[in-house]
Design a protein around this ligand. Structure first.
Ligand SMILES: Cc1cc2nc3c(=O)[nH]c(=O)nc-3n(C[C@H](O)[C@H](O)[C@H](O)COP(=O)(O)OP(=O)(O)OC[C@H]3O[C@@H](n4cnc5c(N)ncnc54)[C@H](O)[C@@H]3O)c2cc1C
Length: 382
C-alpha cells in the first residue's frame, strides 16, 4: 500500500463511526477519523435505547464498563389506546439480563471518544468532509480544512447529514414528529418501559434514572403544538394520551421535537466508499431498531475488513460481500419498523381488531414472544 494512502478513513465520530474505529483496531486495522464538530462541543440532548445485543458489542470493545447512568429495561408493556389487546415482555422470559438499556447520547459519545483517545486512534475534530471522490483503488476525501486525505476505504458514518447524502432508495415521510422530554410519574418505573400505540402515532416511556424519557409521536402540526404547551397543560394532555398506568405525570423537562422518516440508502456507494449507521438507514424510533442496526453495521464491517487481505481492503468484492451480509438484518429492521408505524398509526376498525388479536397472541404464545423479543434484541441473527 502507498505510504500516503490510509487503510480506512471514517467520516463522523458519532456512536457508529467511533464503534467502527474501535472494532477495526481489534482487527489490527488503523482507522483515521474526521469529525465535523469540535471535541468539546458534542453535548447532545438525545436519549438512546440500546438493545442487549448492542451492549454485547460495547462490552467486547471495553466501553460498556466505562458507562455511567445507564438504566436497564427489564419489562416492556405494549398496548393500544381505546382497544383490546396488550402484551408484556420480560427479560426473565427471554433469558437475558435486560431487554435494553437507556442512556444519554452524550454519555455514550463521551465514553466512546475517551476510548478512541485511550486506544490512540487518530481523530481530527472540527474537520468536516465536504466531498468524496472515488477511483478504482482508493477514494479521496476533501475536507473543510482544505486538505485531501486518501484511503483504500472511506466509511461514511455521518448520520446521513452530509451535503452529499444520496437520494434514498426507499423513503417514507410519515408526517410525524417526535416530541421528546423527561417526565416524572407518580409511581416509580421499576425498570418497566411502556409502548402505547394510538391512532396519532406511538408513544413510549423509557425508564431513565429515576424518571422516564418520553417519546411522543404525533402529526407534524400536532407535535409543534404539543411541544409548545405550558407544563401543566402538557402533563394533562399526556395523561389523556397515555392513560394512568404510572399514576399522574408530575413534571416534565423542556420539550424538543425531531422529524421522523424512513430513508434507506443502503451501504453501497461509489467505489471504495461504504455507508453505515444512519447514513445508510434512518428509521422511525418506534421499535428502537435504527441505532442498534447501526452498531451492528459498524461491527460487521470491521469483521469483514479483518477477514479481507490488506490488498483487497475496500475492493468492490469486499463491499459487495458486506452489503450481502447485512441485507437481511437491515431490510428486516426497515420492514418491521415501517409495518409497525403504518399498521398501528390509524383508527381503521378491522386493523384495530387485528392489532388487538396480534397483541393477545403475543401475550399468550411464549415462542412468538421470544421470537419477537430476540429479533428486536439481536437483529436477524436473534
Ligand atoms: C435530532 C435527532 C434526535 C434523535 N433522537 C433519538 C432518540 O430520542 N432515541 C433514539 O434511540 N434515537 C434517536 N435518534 C437516532 C439516533 O440518534 C441515531 O440512530 C444514531 O445517533 C445514529 O448514529 P450515527 O453515528 O450513525 O449518526 P450520528 O449520531 O448522527 O453521528 C454522526 C456524526 O457524524 C458527524 N458528521 C456529520 N457530517 C459530517 C461530515 N461531513 N464530516 C465529518 N463528520 C460529520 C456528526 O457531527 C456526528 O458526530 C435521533 C436522531 C436525530 C437526528
Amino acid at each position: 500500500m502507498d505510504a500516503g494512502i490510509k487503510p480506512v478513513l471514517i467520516v463522523g465520530a458519532g456512536p457508529v463511526g467511533a464503534v467502527c474505529a474501535l472494532a477495526l483496531q481489534q482487527q489490527g486495522i488503523d482507522a483515521h477519523v474526521l469529525e465535523a464538530q469540535p471535541a468539546d462541543a458534542r453535548a447532545d440532548m438525545r436519549t438512546l435505547a440500546l438493545s442487549y445485543g448492542s451492549r454485547l458489542i460495547l462490552d467486547r470493545l471495553g466501553v460498556w464498563s466505562a458507562l455511567e447512568g445507564v438504566t436497564p429495561i427489564t419489562r416492556i408493556h405494549i398496548s393500544q389506546r381505546g382497544a383490546l389487546g396488550m402484551a408484556r415482555l420480560s427479560a426473565d422470559e427471554i433469558k437475558v439480563p435486560a431487554l435494553g438499556y437507556v442512556l444519554p447520547y452524550a454519555t455514550l459519545t463521551a465514553a466512546l471518544n475517551q476510548a478512541l483517545q485511550d486506544a490512540r486512534i487518530s481523530v481530527e475534530y472540527g474537520v468536516a468532509v465536504e466531498r468524496i471522490e472515488s477511483e478504482l483503488d482508493h477514494a479521496r476525501a476533501h475536507t473543510s480544512a482544505g486538505n485531501t486525505l486518501t484511503a483504500s476505504l472511506v466509511v461514511v458514518a455521518d448520520g446521513g447529514r452530509g451535503e452529499a447524502a444520496p437520494d434514498p432508495k426507499i423513503s417514507r415521510d410519515y408526517d410525524q414528529m417526535a416530541v421528546v422530554c423527561e417526565v416524572q410519574t407518580e409511581l416509580p418505573h421499576a425498570n418497566q418501559a411502556f409502548e402505547r400505540f394510538t391512532p396519532e402515532g406511538p408513544a413510549a416511556l423509557l425508564p431513565k434514572d429515576d424518571r422516564y424519557a418520553l417519546v411522543w409521536t404525533a402529526s407534524n402540526a400536532d407535535a409543534e403544538r404539543i411541544a409548545a404547551l405550558p407544563d401543566a397543560e402538557f402533563l394533562t394532555a399526556l395523561y389523556r394520551h397515555f392513560g394512568g398506568r404510572q399514576g399522574q405525570f408530575l413534571s416534565a423537562s423542556p420539550r424538543k421535537t425531531f422529524p421522523l422518516k424512513l430513508a434507506y440508502s443502503g451501504s453501497e456507494a461509489d467505489a471504495r466508499v461504504v455507508r453505515i449507521g444512519n447514513a445508510a438507514q434512518t428509521l422511525h424510533p418506534v421499535a428502537g431498531q435504527g441505532f442498534n442496526i447501526g452498531l451492528r453495521d459498524a461491527w460487521e464491517l470491521a469483521s469483514r475488513c479483518g477477514d479481507t487481505p490488506v490488498e483487497a481492503l475496500g475492493s468492490s468484492a469486499m463491499l459487495a460481500a458486506y452489503a450481502r451480509g447485512r441485507r437481511v438484518d437491515v431490510l428486516g429492521g426497515v420492514g418491521f419498523t415501517d409495518f409497525l408505524v403504518r399498521v398501528f398509526s390509524n383508527d381503521i376498525a378491522p386493523l384495530r381488531h387485528a392489532r388487538g388479536l396480534g397483541l393477545l397472541a403475543l401475550e399468550a404464545f411464549p415462542p412468538l414472544k421470544s421470537f419477537v423479543a430476540r429479533r428486536m434484541i439481536f437483529g436477524a441473527r436473534g
